[in-house]
Structures are given as C-alpha cells and as structure tokens.
Design a protein around this ligand. Structure first.
Ligand code: SF4
Length: 390
C-alpha cells in the first residue's frame, strides 16, 4: 500500500523548553500548517528541521536558532542529503505521495528525488499562505465540499422512483421492491441486513418465499419460530438463528401493530423521526438500519414524509472512507462524528448525502485502494484528490 506523507518546515518561533516537535513550534504559520496536514489524513507527518533534519512529530526537541534561510547553498544541499537518507528509511520516494508545506529552501533539493508531490501553497506570500490555511481549516472550504455533496444527493433524490438492485437476482429484487403488494418483504430485508453482505441479506425474503411456497402475509403469519428456523438454516446468513427469531417477531409485529399490512408503517406521511422510531421498534433493527430503511423509502421509493430531519447518513465503509478523504471529518473520526457532520452540513435531510458518498466510494474511492480521482466529480474540492499531484 502506497503511503501519503506531509512535510512541514520548521519555524523560528518556538517554546522556550523541550517539547515534542508537534508542540515545539508556535508560530501561526506552523500551527495552521499542522492543522491542515492533519485534515489531509496522511499516513505520516514529519517536520523538516533546519537543525535536526527529518523529525517525527512525537520526537522531543529543545529550542534552537538554526534556519535554512541563512545557510549557504552547499550547506542546504548537505542538509537535504541527510533528510533524503532518513526519508528513504521510512518511505518509498518513487511511489509514495507527498504534500509539501515548506518553503523553497527546504524543498528545492528534495523535489528532484520525489516523484509524486503537491505543493498547495507554491508561490504564495506568507500572508496568502495564512489565508489559504485559514480558509481550509476553519470550515469555509468544508462547507463548499458539503454543498457539492448535498447538491449531488438532491439530484439523485429527484430521479424518478427506481427499482433498487439489492442483489444480482432479478426475482429477489422484484420481491423486496414490491412495497405496495408485498411491503413486508422490504421490512424483512431490512431486519436481516446485518452482519452479512447486503447482497445475501436482501435475497433472504426470496429464499423464504421459495421455501414457504408463497410470500403473501397470510402464509407468513401462520409460521412458527421453528418453521422459520428450518427455512433459514440453509439461507447462508451467519446468524440465521437470531435472524429467524427477529423475522418471527417482525411478522407478529406487522400483524398486531399494522393489521398485517406493512405499508401502514410509512403510508400515513409520518415525520422522519416517527418513521425511524417505527423501524427501531422491530427486534434486530438498530439505528443504522432504521435510518437506511427510512432513507430508501423516502429517496428511492418516493414515500412522502412530513419532514426529513431524522434521516441520518448510514455509515458504512464507503461513506466513512469518503467523508474522511474529502476532509469533511478527521482521519480518526468515529461514526457518530460522521453522522453529526452530515447533520451540521444539511440538517433538513442529512441522509441526502448518504447515496452520494456511497456512490463515490463504490465507483472511485474504495477504502484500501488508490482512489481514481480523475473520474470523481469531487476532485476539484477534495482534500485528498490525487489530481493535485504531479
Ligand atoms: S477526489 Fe479522489 S480521494 Fe477525493 S473523494 Fe474523489 S476519488 Fe476519493
């Protein structure tokens, strides 16, 4: 896996005592550079120290006066040789990517040895560098990224109702898409969509239909837990026993609370909070699936709701990765932070960003692989876009 490295040059203003390199330098330029570097979610950040060469952020250093800006070319070259030697022990100069937040003297003898680099503030005066960093660090830039993602989500929302390809089996898809005639199939698909690939989960209603011989609610409501267990044992779901119990209690809930008609869960134009609550009341359905269920109904099946405030993003591997790479959240953000970031960007309907982010992840930005930024429509704003690198 190729690494992503950020290099930041040292500055004159420092603490008066020893401290880790990440804390020692106190000038606004360094602090903003470091904040920006963290938002890029690199694998490593190093300081280019005029005195100590290549320094990890955690290495403790004492205050010093050296600066490359007062050194002769020969001394700077020799300093660069030392830095390159240290870098080669840590990274692959031919393949890893570098973002360089360092002045001309600090980078000019390094660049010929580094193949893929980006200098975001090349040619800017210190004043303009500070402005660039402030814009990127304080949320102004993040707002532009968020707006673009929301707009894409709005365009997807405006598309006519479409059949969702939950699986590669057209018959299985037909069943779980038929929310008017067999709405309980969709609910059962939601119930079992956990701990296994979505493809398998969403084929389970079809698997059951074949075993039972029908998927009419009148056939399902007569099934005992033991019947369902016997049908689910070869379904391929890792937790088929638990799922059998959830399906059985789900069928009973639809019978008792909704008179056997699962459309009543959503067809009275409920608020989004009420709809999410109704899904959460099924055994086995947690917050992520409940919001996903409500989001699919609203966005894809065009079910009318009184509002959309409570439909959050459902954080899966794609949504998580894309929010981080775009710079909407930090590298170590928890799923709760991603949900809250989406809420803060578009409180009226945070889940609108869900499919947009998922689509980016599935098409161009899969975790653990190099993103295909050339093709991604976010590449002009994305903090991690590879299109910026030479
Ligand atoms: S521009 Fe690249 S890194 Fe950014 S979201 Fe798109 S594919 Fe991912």
């Amino acid at each position: 896996m190729k690494k992503y490295i950020v290099l930041i040059s040292c500055v004159k203003q420092k603490l008066s005592h020893s401290a880790p390199a990440g804390e020692l330098y106190t000038s606004p330029l360094f602090r903003k550079n470091l904040d920006y570097a963290n938002k890029l979610s690199p694998d490593k950040i190093f300081v280019l120290s005029a005195k100590h060469g290549l320094v990890p952020l955690t290495k403790k250093l004492g205050p010093y006066e050296d600066t490359l800006n007062s050194k002769k070319a020969k001394e700077i070259k020799s300093w660069a040789q030392g830095v390159l030697k240290s870098l080669r022990q840590e990274v692959d100069l031919a393949n890893d990517r570098f973002t360089i937040l360092a002045g001309e003297n600090y980078r000019k003898y390094l660049l010929p040895q580094i193949r893929r680099y980006h200098i975001p503030m090349e040619g800017l005066s210190i004043g303009k560098q500070l402005k660039f960093l402030t814009d990127h660090n304080d949320g102004k830039y993040r707002d532009a990224i968020g707006s673009k993602l929301v707009n894409h989500g709005k365009n997807l929302y405006k598309l006519p109702p479409q059949k969702i390809e939950f699986t590669e089996n057209p018959e299985a898809n037909k069943l779980v898409n038929d929310i008017n005639r067999l709405p309980h199939a969709y609910v059962i698909g939601c119930i079992v969509d956990q701990q296994v690939k979505a493809e398998l989960a969403w084929s389970i209603p079809y698997h059951l239909a074949k075993k039972v011989g029908s998927f009419e609610f009148s056939s399902l409501e007569t099934l005992s837990l033991k019947d369902i267990e016997s049908f689910m044992a070869d379904s391929g779901h890792r937790f088929w026993k638990n799922m059998s119990s959830y399906i059985h209690s789900g069928i009973q809930r639809i019978r008792d609370q909704y008179d056997g008609d699962a459309r009543r869960i959503w067809n009275d134009k409920p608020t989004s909070a009420e709809l999410v609550y109704r899904f959460l009341s099924f055994n086995g359905i947690g917050q992520k699936i409940a919001t996903m269920a409500a989001n699919i109904l609203a966005r894809d099946f065009k079910v009318k709701l009184a509002d959309y405030y409570a439909i959050d993003v459902s954080v899966d591997r794609h949504v998580r990765n894309v929010f981080k790479r775009l710079g909407l959240v930090g590298h170590n953000a928890k799923d709760e932070q991603i949900i809250m970031r989406a809420k803060s960007i578009y409180p009226k309907y945070p889940g609108l960003m869900d499919l947009a982010a998922f689509e980016i992840g599935r098409n161009w930005c899969s975790p653990n692989t190099e993103p295909e930024c050339e093709a991604c429509f976010m590449n002009d704003l994305c903090m991690s876009s590879l299109t910026k690198f030479n």
